[in-house]
Structure formats: C-alpha cells, structure tokens
Design a protein around this ligand. Structure first.
Ligand code: ATP
Ligand code: MG
Length: 349
C-alpha cells in the first residue's frame, strides 16, 4: 500500500506504477487491489476495474476509458466509474458510447484519456483481477497499450493486476510478455505469528470484546498464518459464544475452527482441486499416506514412474498452489484443506 501510494505521488517513472500482485488463493490479492483502487479514488483519480470474465478485458477497458473521457467532458471527475464484482456481473454500458463501427482501438482511447488527465494533474488506475485467467491475446493487447501510454509516453495511467502464482508458468513465461515481466512485483503470503495474533485480536477489541490468551494462541496456531483462515476462524469463534458479552474462549475457538476448516475445503481447496489434471490428483493421492510431508522418491515409486517424472509433476503442482517443497526432495500439501479435499476424493472413487 505504501509502495503504491508513493508511486501515484511520483508518477510513471516510479517502478511500482505498474504492479503485479501474486499469491495463493485467499491471501488477499483482491482485498489489496480494492485498497489500491480506494487510494487512487481518494486522490481524485479515475479507476477502471476489470477481471477475467466472458467479456474481453481490452474491450471493457476501452469502453470504460471512453466513459471516463465522456465524464470529463461533462465536467464530472474523480469518481469510480465502473466495477466488475467477483461474481462477474458487469455494469451495463450506455449505448451512445459505443461507436457504430465497433470500438476504437484501446491504445487510441487510453492515449486520449492519458493526455486529458495529464493536463489536469490527475490520472487513471487500471486494475485487472485474476489475470492468470485472462486470454493470452487479450493480456497482450492491454499490456502493449499500457506499455506505450505509461512507459513510453509517460502518461498517468497506472496499472495493478492480481494473479495466482501459476502465472509464472503461463503468461510470465511467454517471451512476448515483456511488459508483464517488467511490472514491479508484490508477493502476498502467509502472515508472521505476531501479525496473525494481531489480525485475530484487533477486530475483536475494536468491537468492544476480548479473546482469552489461550484461545488467541490456539486460534493463531490453527490458521497457520493463512489470511482467509484467519478471517474465518475469527468470525466463527466470535459467533460460537452463547453470551455475546462473554470473552471468546478456547471452546469457542475450537468449535469455530471446525466450521472454518470446512469452509476452507469448499472455498479454497475446491477451486484449486478443480483445476488439477487426473495425474496431478494421483500425485496428491500418493502423498496422503505421509504426515506431514512426503519424499519425492516414495511418490515416484507409488506412481510407478521415475524420479524425473515425479519432478515434473512437483513443479506443476507447486505452480498450481497445491503443494510446496518442505525440504530437499520432500513435498507437503500447501494447506490442510487440500489434504482433506484429496481424502474426500479418494473415498468417493
Ligand atoms: N489484509 C487483509 N485484511 C483484511 N481482510 C483480508 C486481508 N487479506 C485478505 N482478507 C480477507 O480474506 C479473504 C480472502 O481475500 P481475497 O479474496 O482478497 O483473496 P484472493 O487472494 O483474491 O483470493 P483468490 O485467489 O481466491 O481470488 C477475503 O474475505 C478478505 O476480506
Ligand atoms: Mg481474488
């Protein structure tokens, strides 16, 4: 947040003016993009938001940029002009803004908008969520327009995108994606132990309640510093109290954690699991026998494949956010919820 507000204040020469946020599911990428949008709006900037969905990002940005231009011509400024919710519900566009010969090029519209905003000492922030799911040609279109307007012509068009780490192996590995490769990076991950305790305790204190020390210690340990889990455990422990004025106890935390864990399985492990191939899943099944981690050699043996083969799948699964390397030649589930999801799948087979 600090880096970005500094970038907005400095201008297009600042390295963080074009930013790529990466992190596993539920680490707070969308939450962070929303804060960056608020920061820009507070500076009276325009904000155009887009996400992977049926409509192309280029088409959406072009039409929204046209809308910004129209707004400025009408003398209204500094408002958030659009948003695409996480459910993918778009804002309907006014028909008169669509040219009859189809939309003008994204580059032309962004250049015009950039010029207008530069004259007024303002700017526009372009955010793209779920960038890993945006079609490659579409990413290239947006990237090349921003490359020219922001980097070459130094217009106030800032760019912030969010993606799962698997983008390293897809869009970022594409030699034609130099714009993305040169975006500054913000990697979101697990919170430290003291940050985790603060994230759990502060909202409780802010709402005029307390959590007992042993309950806080257990809640923090249960979450493993995973931001989405922190939110779930905190919420459900709070809800578990029969007397809302009582302090949150160890019993409340344990009961809340059960509900939180099952939400993690559905909401975090589910989407990860659904993207995996049958062989990816067989690799995970082969890990279930071991706790807390597995040796790659054992997995290869169980799969009846060689070590080289197992290494290829290890790389794929790390990129997919399913596993991580625990030590040399050993892997573990990235989070407990995915192990639970894999166990369920084994039972269903
Ligand atoms: N720093 C934070 N402060 C408060 N809440 C947060 C923070 N980070 C994440 N959260 C909460 O955790 C949940 C997950 O965050 P978010 O949706 O931003 O994750 P994400 O990285 O975009 O996940 P996905 O890859 O699945 O889209 C949200 O409900 C969000 O409110
Ligand atoms: Mg998100």
């Amino acid at each position: 947040m600090e880096r970005f507000s500094d970038a907005l204040a400095t201008g297009p020469t600042h390295p963080d003016y074009t930013l790529l946020v990466t992190g596993d599911r539920g680490t707070g990428k969308t939450a962070l993009l929303n804060v960056l949008e608020d920061q820009a709006a507070d500076q009276n900037w325009m904000v155009i938001t887009a996400a992977a969905s049926a409509e192309s990002v280029s088409a959406r940005v072009a039409s929204e940029a046209r809308r910004c231009i129209e707004q400025m011509r009408k003398g209204r400024r500094g408002t958030r002009v659009s948003s695409v919710s996480m459910m993918g519900v778009g804002v309907s566009l006014e028909p008169d803004l669509r040219g009859s010969e189809g939309a003008p090029s994204l580059l032309a519209v962004l250049e015009e908008l950039g010029d207008l905003l530069a004259d007024r000492g303002s700017g526009v922030l372009l955010t793209v969520d779920e960038l890993h799911d945006v079609d490659r040609d579409d990413v290239r279109n947006v990237a090349s327009a921003v490359q020219i307007v922001t980097r070459r012509r130094q217009r106030p068009v800032a760019f912030a995108a969010a993606a799962l780490p698997l983008i390293e192996d897809t869009h970022l590995a594409d030699p034609n994606m130099t714009f993305l490769q040169r975006c500054a990076r913000a990697r979101l991950g697990l919170l430290e132990a003291d940050e985790t305790r603060r994230a759990l305790q502060q909202p409780i204190i802010d709402r005029g309640s307390v959590i007992k020390d042993d309950a806080l210690a257990e809640a923090a340990a249960l979450t493993l510093g995973y931001p989405y889990m922190i939110q779930l455990v905190g919420f459900h422990a709070w809800q578990m109290r029969e007397d809302p004025s009582a302090p949150i106890s160890l019993i409340n935390v344990r009961a809340g954690a059960v509900v939180a864990e099952s939400a993690m399985v559905d909401q975090i492990a589910g989407p990860t699991w659904n993207r995996l191939s049958p062989m990816d899943r067989r690799f995970l099944f082969a890990m279930l026998k071991d706790e807390p981690d597995s040796s790659l050699a054992d997995i290869a043996e169980r799969l009846e494949r060689n070590l080289q083969y197992a290494r290829t799948y290890r790389r794929r699964l790390i990129a997919a956010g399913a596993i991580s390397s625990s030590s040399k030649g050993r892997v573990r589930f990235r989070h407990h919820a995915l192990r639970v999801r894999a166990e369920t799948a084994v039972r269903e087979e």
